[in-house]
Design a protein around this ligand. Structure first.
Ligand SMILES: [Zn+2]
Length: 115
């Protein structure tokens, strides 16, 4: 299950961020997950509960912010949602666009810890 390696990386990174900040136990971690990141939020939550065991994140909560996948249409000068599975075609002007502007995110955006 590749969510487990992702959750392990999240636990390690969040722990390092808290340590660098001189903090103790982590209470919550917020991650942004793009629609196209290939991560199933439910599986990530489950994997996080396994990965956090015995770490400074043992009682931390995982908050997943899902990001809609969008592409940029030059003709409309606007973004459009590509959907899932992604369809790179602007619905407004009926033109193809491969210019993905969001949806592959997989990043920690916030770490809260006890000081
Ligand atoms: Zn367009």
């Amino acid at each position: 299950m590749h969510e487990l390696s992702i959750a392990t990386a999240i636990v390690e990174q969040a722990g390092e961020i808290a340590r660098a900040d001189g903090a103790g136990d982590v209470t919550s971690v917020t991650v942004r997950v793009g629609e196209l990141a290939g991560v199933v939020p439910d599986a990530l939550h489950f994997a996080f509960e396994v990965a956090r065991d015995g770490t400074s994140l043992a009682s931390a909560e995982l908050v997943v912010e899902q990001v809609t996948a969008v592409a940029w249409c030059g003709g409309c000068a606007a973004e459009f949602a590509v959907g899932m599975p992604p369809f790179f075609w602007c619905p407004a002007c009926d033109q193809p666009s491969q210019d993905l502007r969001g949806g592959r995110e997989l990043e920690i955006t916030a770490v809260e810890a006890v000081h």
